[in-house]
Design a protein around this ligand. Sequence first.
Ligand code: SF4
Length: 446
Amino acid sequence: MTPPNWTVTLVDENIAPAVLPEADLVGITSFTSTINRAYELASAYRDREVPVVMGGIHPTMVPEEARQFADSVVRGEAEALWPQVLQDAERGCLKPIYEGRPERLCDLPHPRRDLFDPGYAWGTLQTSRGCPMDCHFCSVTAFNGRRFRQRPVADVLDELATIPQQNIFFVDDNLLGYGRQAEARAIELFRGMVERGLRKRFACQTSLNFADNPQVLEWAQKAGCKMVFVGLESVSEGSLESMGKSYNLKKGTDQYAACIRRCHAHGIGVIGALIFGSDEDDPGIFKRTLRFIRTSGLDVIQITFATPLPGTRFFERLQREGRLTHTDFPEDWKAYSFSRILFRTRGVSVEDLYRGMVYVKDHLYTPIPFVRRALRTLLETRDLATAAMAYKLNKGYRRGYRETTYFQPYSSMHRKASVRQPAQSLQRCAAPEGAQGSPGECAVDD
Ligand code: SF4
């Protein structure tokens, strides 16, 4: 979207800390948990009198806060506004706020992949935006709107053909969407990948209905689908209801395992996302969740704490009820990383939530269940690439678990590792903020 009289440099802190290049204008995008670093970078440039424009999900949700660190904030989808922002920057009259609107996705240019770091193992692309579901904890609807918009399939295939990586991650919040038309479009996309001989392996995010239509699964498998990320959120219907996860409720939690089995039958593994900490959770949720994970054959498990992101209904409700415990913004946004409890809980105490999370994760990540799950993925999908992908993802989640603030004070895995390595410091980390009681015993018996 940037006219050719501008030279663009992309600085990506996923790769390395930024060495701030000279610039006439700086644009910064950020999620909530990294926004303090984004503000630091913005301040560094503004100290040099370089104008800064911020955008992305967090600045969209709290534009007045972002304005304190930037000359200008672009809210929502920026494509149509960006040429205007550049013209205003050239004339030295940037507006404080630009209001974006949901874009038509049929005439957007492809991203400048030549600017991307070549070291990425996965190529990414987006084929749709928006979600009609409006789950209370999710900021997608507030950012991209409720209307599900899709790019033309031919355009997506053209872009796919320009991506050098064999591994592709479709970043759509829901690659499939809902309804017959959406299924037909997914089939057209997967069939197109096969007919053009693109030979990709891919992963995507979707909902449980991905496993409803055998043709979707068949073409996905032929096109190279290895893994689907599905927001299961909870095995408790009460918790689903309190999260506003209406689609899963309608489907029924008793259908989760059957959906996973149908994916497996097509060589596709399933990453299940689960959340602890909803008001309707009770102390038995940890055992029930672990039982479900063991019996369903879920390949990769992502479990986080309910996190009230700004702009969501969840955040607004907790704020209205005076239950948020981390409100020294922007500093406290650092804690909004999905591994901390940030509000006064109802169904399970803060202490028991940390203990319960550790109870489940210690069971998942100790060596025997860890290896057993990898073998099970291989047996059930009969696909080596899927099993290898699941193993690597689980390793990544295990590493992430070890880096959480609750791992050291609560985990028996940590205590065993410390005993095996007496040379290492046994100094115990402080309990995560908000937790009380002495670390060491698990409140959830096995
Ligand atoms: S969690 Fe998924 S289904 Fe729910 S609103 Fe967000 S993108 Fe839509």
